[in-house]
Design a protein around this ligand. Structure first.
Ligand code: NAD
Ligand code: GLY
Length: 369
């Protein structure tokens, strides 16, 4: 069993690529948390300039029992650095230190570090092992799980990447205590999304506990991380490489990615863009008669209570809807230049489909500040 005895486990069933997510307090300091990692000579902790000073030494101490050589690399912090330049810093470090094929990468940070470290692990010597140690709520409930790794391109979010699964995910809930409130709210966007697409009971639960979550209540956070990971495990277990079902996890993301790219990476946090994006996607679902106005109001109210924006920014004063559409055509779900949206098809159920541009324009005009 991974981690301390109080840790909860969620299993990702992917045949030979299966692994466990350990969720609990104090896991970072417990060597048993990393039992699934291979015992190669070398390890590299990849972190960022904010998380490194807080947690990298502690992780290095624990990993030293497993790997005789543990190095650290702190990448520049922020979405604007989820780029080729940062990725290359990882390769420079690996090659410069003589890292071999058994070198294990440890991603210590939020989704930016996790996505980049995973991509570096997928590429270095055609694949080396890696472990996710997510330190944001967003990364614990979503990005560290399921093997999507990527960097951004100026023209489109997460457009360069690979599917590459970690050996394990270690979610130490204690590290969330140092997370700034704005980042905690951003993580709540990805928690909230699981309700409308898959589990309305969970949506009820989030509505009851949203204040406790924002106050960093340990029991509430533990439940939010566990249930989110369970839902994600179920979806990823059925469709690892997003040939269909997995796309529902992108509810709100088509609009959200356009906001992030259109505003310039880092101006809006990923979770903030997803918050406003979920309102727009719900509104589009209502326009198509898939949900009623009460459902949209309910979701919007929860997103607002989570401390997230519920209206999209204006990306172009002349033709805002046109700019959104242009950005949304560069999306991994698009087929033949046709944008495909994740819509709510009745509470707790999602569907992916194309929508006439005219309708999308109406929704954008109505939902942007
Ligand atoms: P992030 O990685 O930029 O982290 C947010 C900020 O919090 C950073 O400044 C970081 O330094 C700081 N931070 C992290 N942990 C901290 C801690 N414990 N205490 C104090 N500060 C801390 O952002 P994020 O929201 O974690 O991740 C967003 C990224 O995740 C986006 O690039 C998005 O595309 C990606 N993502 C990927 C997937 C996937 O399936 N791979 C899913 C969702 C999101
Ligand atoms: N965050 C979307 C996915 O993992 O598919």
């Amino acid at each position: 069993m991974n981690g301390s005895s109080s840790a909860q486990q969620v299993h990702i069933a992917l045949g030979e690529r299966s692994y466990d997510i350990a969720i609990g307090a104090g896991l970072l300091d417990d060597p048993a948390s990393f039992d699934a990692a291979r015992a190669g000579t070398q390890a590299l902790i990849v972190t960022d300039a904010t998380v490194g000073p807080l947690y990298a030494e502690r992780l290095a101490r624990v990993l030293a029992r497993r790997h005789p050589q543990v190095r650290q690399l702190a990448l520049p912090d922020g979405e604007q650095h989820k780029s080729w330049e940062s990725l290359n810093l990882v390769f420079d470090e690996l090659l410069g230190s003589g890292a071999d094929r058994k070198t294990t990468l440890y991603a210590l940070g939020g989704g930016v570090v996790g996505d980049m470290t995973g991509f570096a692990a997928a590429c270095y010597m055609r694949g080396v092992p890696f472990v996710q140690v997510p330190t944001t709520l967003l990364a614990q409930v979503d990005s560290s799980v399921g093997g999507k790794t990527a960097i951004n391109h100026p023209l489109g979010k997460n457009m360069i990447g690979a599917f590459y699964q970690p050996l394990a995910v270690v979610c130490d809930l204690d590290v969330l205590k140092t997370l700034p409130p704005r980042e905690l709210s951003a993580g709540l966007a990805e928690v909230i999304k699981y309700g409308p697409i898959a589990d309305m009971d969970f949506l009820d639960w989030i509505e009851t506990h949203v204040d406790a979550l924002r106050a960093c209540d340990p029991a509430a956070l533990a439940q939010a991380v566990k249930r989110s990971c369970e839902i994600k495990a179920e979806v990823v277990g059925q469709d690892e490489r997003e040939s269909g079902l997995r796309a529902i996890l992108n509810f709100g993301h088509t609009f959200g990615h356009a906001i992030e790219a259109g505003m310039g990476y880092g101006a809006w946090l990923h979770g903030e863009a997803v918050g406003a994006g979920m309102v727009m996607a719900a509104e589009l679902s209502r326009e198509l008669g898939l949900v009623d106005a009460g459902f949209v109001q309910r979701l919007t109210a929860l997103i607002e209570r989570a401390g997230l924006p519920t209206r999209g920014p204006v990306l172009d004063a002349q033709d805002n809807a046109g700019r959104y559409l242009q950005l949304m055509r560069i999306d991994k779900k698009a087929e033949g230049g046709e944008i495909r949206f994740v819509l709510i098809d009745g509470p707790g159920r999602a569907v992916v489909r194309a929508v006439p541009d005219a309708l999308v324009r109406q929704v954008i005009d109505r939902c942007c500040a």
